[in-house]
Design a binder for this molecule. Structure first.
Ligand code: FAD
Length: 457
């Protein structure tokens, strides 16, 4: 019986080992896209395994000291992965949890022991994952394929260079959306059982104990996992999307989707959410378009930035005009300069800033409008732009459940360093970088209600 062609668009694939043809079992190295369904990388792995009548397994490499991670991130991630493992078992797909500080080495050892023929990896633009994947592909003798399962339009294909702004990537993405925004096929029960050497059973308790991650902030109440993510998306599309255009900038309105932690950990595909939003024809066009602008255009612009800019988290990653203007204003008088400890403890003179910081620490997610204000004030009250970038990125990665994400680095560099923005009226400290103040916030929402909620006197 011949199988149909791969359901995965050829432009989602990138072969790291063009001269190698794999045979035998296929392993999906799950990393960023931690879900069973709507996952182009897993669909491609299953297609390859079925074509060659071979078993399919999922392997995840847990790195106990993964940089910047806190307990809250690992707890959320492990809960979700456990659900993936249980659901995969029901489809005849074993799930292997490797633990170690050197994922490429751990995985290569595992693949040799178990005679894996092909490894399918998911796309991630950030440097740690890029390095792991290159190292693995360079040291392992089998076939190695990357699939972009995170972007609607695959990042490598959407553009071959760093884009200047939303206005330059938008037409490229919009032109290609009809081709890529297609429905997902089902992952089917895998017809070929694992018949190689004994696979290690995931030991979730031991994995959790092995973590070196510090406990930053209180435990969070988010429930994690693929089903929760889908429920949340359905609920938002059904009852929240309609008011998105009008209320999305009001942090007291509860009008945003709350999906970013699930998107960050790949528990839901952006493409699934985009399909749901596109088809929600009861919601005003302005809300649907506004939401898709954030979910697809802005998010994929951030992927583009981090993929093509190797210093996506540093001063050197800023556009030339912004570096110049921030340099010109290095010596400006600051009304106050805070230390990292003061920032982290929300001990500034500004109750609005403190409330935003507390929202992030206490809930694991700061509202998007406040993130801009929060980062810009860090620039205004830090000794240098470099220190501001470092403070904002460290706090963002430490406390936001969706931190350590391309959106985070791009959002911080947009706020502090004009990435994807344009020069504005020149003023002290900021130079020509766009300014924000609490009067602007007060025009948009009830600032006192927000402060009372997160930073009561
Ligand atoms: P919704 O408004 O419901 O949007 C849905 C999805 O669209 C989001 O989940 C996200 O994937 C995408 N999106 C929304 N706004 C943006 C944006 N401005 N840029 C890119 N994508 C967007 N996002 C993160 O995912 N992780 C971060 O660590 C992060 N840090 C940020 C730091 C700063 C300083 C700034 C200014 C922005 C940051 N963002 C970050 C982007 C944005 O604020 C969040 O994605 C959004 O607030 C998440 O909430 P939501 O899912 O309820 O958003």
């Amino acid at each position: 019986m011949s199988l149909p062609a791969s359901p995965v668009h050829a432009q989602r694939l990138y072969c790291h080992t063009p001269s190698v043809r794999g045979s035998g079992p296929v392993a999906y190295w799950m990393s960023r896209d931690q879900r069973l369904h709507d996952n182009w990388a897993l669909l491609q792995a299953q297609h390859m395994a079925r074509t060659r009548q071979a078993p399919l397994i999922i392997v995840f490499c847990l790195v106990p000291s993964y940089s910047g991670g806190a307990r809250r991130h690992f707890d959320f991630m492990l809960t979700g992965l456990r659900q993936v493992a249980d659901s995969a078992a029901k489809l005849g797909i074993p799930f292997v949890l490797l633990t170690g500080e050197d994922p490429p080495g751990e995985l290569a050892g595992f693949c040799r022991t178990h005679a894996i023929g092909t490894v399918v990896m998911d796309f991630d633009p950030l440097r740690t994952k890029q390095q792991w994947q290159h190292t693995f592909a360079g040291h392992w003798e089998g076939e190695c394929l990357e699939v972009d399962a995170h972007n609607v339009v695959p990042c490598r294909w959407a553009s071959e260079k760093q884009e200047y702004a939303a206005r330059t990537i938008r037409p490229k993405l919009q032109r290609q959306l009809p081709e890529f925004l297609d429905p997902f096929p089902e992952l089917v029960p895998h017809p070929v059982p694992w018949r190689g050497s004994l696979l290690p059973e995931p030991d979730w308790e031991a994995a959790s104990r092995s973590l070196a991650a510090p406990e930053y902030g209180p435990p969070l109440s988010w429930s994690s996992g693929e089903e929760t993510a889908l429920d949340l998306a359905r609920e938002f599309i059904a009852s929240g999307l309609s008011a998105y255009a009008e209320k999305r900038n009001d942090p007291t309105a509860g009008a945003v989707s709350g999906l970013s932690p699930y998107l960050h950990f790949g528990q839901i595909a952006p493409q699934r959410v985009a399909l749901m939003a596109r088809d929600a024809n009861w919601a005003p066009a302005e809300s649907r378009e506004g939401f898709l602008e954030e979910l697809v255009i802005r998010r994929e612009l951030a992927e583009n930035f981090c993929f093509y800019n190797p210093v996506y988290d540093c001063f050197g990653g800023l556009p030339a005009w912004a570096q110049q203007t921030l340099d010109d204003h290095r010596g400006d008088h600051r009304e106050v300069v805070y230390t990292f400890e003061q920032w982290e403890a929300a001990r500034t003179h500004d109750p609005l800033w403190n409330a935003a910081q507390q929202e992030m620490v206490q809930t694991g997610k700061m509202h998007g409008y406040m993130r801009m204000y929060w980062a810009k004030k860090i620039l205004e009250w830090s000794a240098s732009p470099e220190e501001a970038l470092s403070t904002a990125i460290t706090l963002n990665d430490r406390y936001e459940l969706d931190g350590r994400d391309p959106n985070g680095y791009t959002g911080v560099l947009w706020s502090i360093g004009g990435v994807h923005d344009r020069p504005w009226k020149e003023r002290p400290v900021y130079g020509k970088v766009r300014y924000m103040n609490d009067r602007g916030a007060a025009r948009k929402f009830d600032v006192q209600a927000y402060i009372r909620r997160f930073f009561p006197a």
